[in-house]
Ligand binder design. Structure first.
Ligand SMILES: NC(=O)c1ccc[n+]([C@@H]2O[C@H](COP(=O)([O-])OP(=O)(O)OC[C@H]3O[C@@H](n4cnc5c(N)ncnc54)[C@H](OP(=O)(O)O)[C@@H]3O)[C@@H](O)[C@H]2O)c1
Length: 294
């Protein structure tokens, strides 16, 4: 049985949908914190078991009978949790239940020294996988296009995209990453160890995103640059913890260092078509915005 964690989330759920296109639902199990969020999958014959990365006993139950485990990375660091301990627990459990391969959603910019803290967690997790004794694949996913659109903040209302100086990012759609993950899970061993970067077909900075948004909505969006210190002060003024500012600013520093700039053809080759373009995703966002205001 193929077990998918994080199936109540955006990426994990999309991966299960793309697996259902390929294999019978009886061969898929999901490990979710809240079974109610996977009721639609249970209704279609997917095995739904409740588990939390912080509770190894629950993982043991959810991973029972796994041939492969797709480990969707945790974002626990964002709320002060221990991402690495959670990943270690999931990897140990996958080995304990006899899984033959662990497929992990890593990142294109995995690095021990990245300015963007999650990249260091991905680096350490890949090391845990390499030491696990279980065959593994790290899907080195491109930066989510959805994250880029979220970082544009209220630019869709104000017409001004305010952020520190940034660098180019090869923004990548969840839907494409989910399709690629399902293909790789369906053909175990296609990639052993880290994949090449699975990225969109172009890298764009925020000035380019502002220009593209201006085109798709036919109203200008202006790019305004603020200093890192101004952004840090604004985040603090909202009452957010220091680690939030470190993570957000880490993105800008890392993007200026071109950590997310690489464009690689592997995703396009796997999908057999062009990856979804940022322009298309921005057009969707603009249209949702218009509907919400109507
Ligand atoms: N490539 C990138 O650019 C990029 C950008 C942002 C994030 N990420 C990483 O990609 C991951 C998946 O992205 P996404 O968009 O699918 O995020 P998402 O929609 O927030 O989904 C996260 C999933 O993780 C589950 N989860 C959280 N804490 C857990 C715990 N303690 N035990 C078990 N499951 C837990 C959530 O369960 P609930 O539904 O119960 O909350 C949810 O199913 C993120 O978690 C993050 O690590 C990557």
């Amino acid at each position: 049985m193929l077990i998918v964690t994080g199936a109540s989330g955006h990426l994990g759920h999309a991966i299960v949908e793309r697996l259902l296109d390929r294999i019978p639902s009886s061969e898929i199990g999901v490990s979710v914190r809240d079974a109610a969020k996977a009721a639609n999958l249970a209704a279609r014959g997917v095995r739904v078991r409740q588990a939390d990365f912080d509770d190894p006993h629950s993982l043991q139950h959810a991973f029972e009978g796994a041939s492969q485990v797709l480990l969707v990375s945790s974002n626990a660091r964002a709320t002060g949790g221990d991402t690495l301990a959670q990943h270690r627990s999931a990897i140990d459990t996958a080995r304990a239940v006899g899984a033959q391969r662990i497929v992990y959603t890593s990142h294109m910019a995995v690095s021990e020294s990245s300015a963007f803290p999650p990249m260091r967690d991905h680096f350490s997790t890949e090391r845990l996988l390499a030491e696990s004794g279980v065959a593994w694949t790290a899907l080195r996913n491109g930066f989510y296009a959805a994250s880029g659109i979220a970082m544009m903040g209220d630019a869709f209302d104000t017409g001004v995209l305010v952020a520190p100086a940034d660098g180019p990012v090869s923004w990548t759609a969840h839907a494409d990453l989910a399709e690629a993950a399902a293909m790789i899970l369906h053909n175990p061993g296609t990639y052993d160890g880290p994949t090449p970067p699975l990225t969109g077909a172009e890298s764009l900075d925020f000035a380019s995103l502002a220009a593209l948004t201006s085109e798709v909505r036919d109203t200008p969006v202006r790019r305004e640059i603020i200093t890192d210190d101004v952004l840090r002060a604004r985040i603090a003024a909202r009452g957010a913890p220091e680690r939030t500012a470190d993570t957000v600013l880490g993105f800008f520093i890392a993007s200026r260092n071109r950590e997310f700039a690489a464009v690689d053809p592997t995703l396009e080759q796997l999908l057999g078509r062009r990856p979804i373009a940022m322009r298309e995703l921005l057009a969707e966002r603009v249209s949702q915005h218009a509907t919400a205001r109507a």
